[in-house]
Design a binder for this molecule. Structure first.
Ligand SMILES: CC(C)(COP(=O)(O)OP(=O)(O)OC[C@H]1O[C@@H](n2cnc3c(N)ncnc32)[C@H](O)[C@@H]1OP(=O)(O)O)[C@@H](O)C(=O)NCCC(=O)NCCS
Length: 246
């Protein structure tokens, strides 16, 4: 029989959760903990490097878009809302999965436009004449804080204000860690006041869709693209999933 040990540290608002009978002070199976953004060496927060690696391994964007994509879909959250970011750490102290997001998408978008852009060098924000269209689009999203499919749907956003991204390295999938990460994240954003959560995903990622549906998410049933795709809850190749938080 496995047990759950939760170490809550209210002083810095972090949490550590272990799901086994293993002693908690030695190497054991992976466990979930808050994202650690402290700079304990010259290279900056180690978690950020691990998260970048996880992002690159799981991203559907081509390698040429990895840097910009990781800013928009990964580092923006680690920098701007670290308190609602969690990692799965393996026995070697490496983050091998993450769930990152915000309890309030409107605030996130605003802070991206103001603070994030100031943190970045021009090469990530200024469009060059020879930039391909995908690069122009990503730079545009960073500069305008375009972090969610619901930003142009204020009524829906008010009902589902939180949003998230979740990724695990292949060898840690299908072992229940995704569901556990989701539970920790949803509890956090609920405590922060969110009554619902949404996410955007690639329409062809049927594995992820089944995972989300298993956890109670449903595809948005409103038109998001003015009828272009002919499908509810879709914008180009992305679909929006929703879940109420009771
Ligand atoms: C999607 C992802 C986060 C799911 O995490 P996971 O740890 O593999 O999922 P879990 O093992 O916690 O599964 C939770 C539930 O979802 C179901 N599920 C997970 N993957 C599934 C799949 N491919 N098909 C059907 N059901 C699936 C599980 O069966 C389980 O249901 P159960 O409780 O009835 O057993 C993970 O597989 C992943 O990182 N994939 C690659 C990156 C990605 O696609 N991220 C999402 C981008 S939108």
């Amino acid at each position: 029989m496995s047990s759950i040990t939760v170490r809550d540290n209210p002083e810095n608002d972090t949490v550590e959760i272990r799901f086994s009978d293993e002693p908690t002070d030695g190497p054991s199976e992976p466990y979930i903990r808050s994202y650690n953004n402290t700079r304990d060496n010259a290279f900056g927060p180690l978690d950020a490097f691990d998260c970048e690696y996880i992002f690159r391994q799981t991203s559907r964007a081509g390698p040429e878009l990895h840097r910009l994509g990781s800013i928009l879909w990964c580092h923006a959250y680690l920098q701007l809302c670290p308190k609602s970011c969690y990692v799965l750490e393996n026995q070697y102290g490496t983050a091998v999965g993450y769930i990152i997001g915000t309890s309030d998408t409107s605030v996130m978008a605003h802070v991206m436009r103001t603070d994030l852009v100031d943190m970045l060098s021009d090469r990530f924000t200024q469009v060059k004449t020879d930039d391909p269209p995908e690069v122009v689009a990503l730079k545009g999203s960073i500069v305008t804080g375009d972090c969610s499919m619901l930003l142009r749907k204020p009524d829906l956003l008010a009902q589902y204000p939180a949003h998230l991204h979740i990724n695990l390295l292949p060898e840690y999938r299908k072992k229940g860690w995704g569901a556990k990460l989701m539970k920790v994240f949803l509890e956090k954003v609920k405590r922060l006041g969110a009554r619902g959560v949404h996410l955007g995903m690639h329409a062809e990622n049927t594995n992820a869709k089944r995972f989300y549906e298993r956890l109670g998410f449903r595809q948005c049933e409103e038109e998001l693209d003015g009828g272009l795709s002919g499908e509810m809850g879709r914008i180009r190749n992305a679909i929006c999933m929703l879940k109420k938080l009771d």
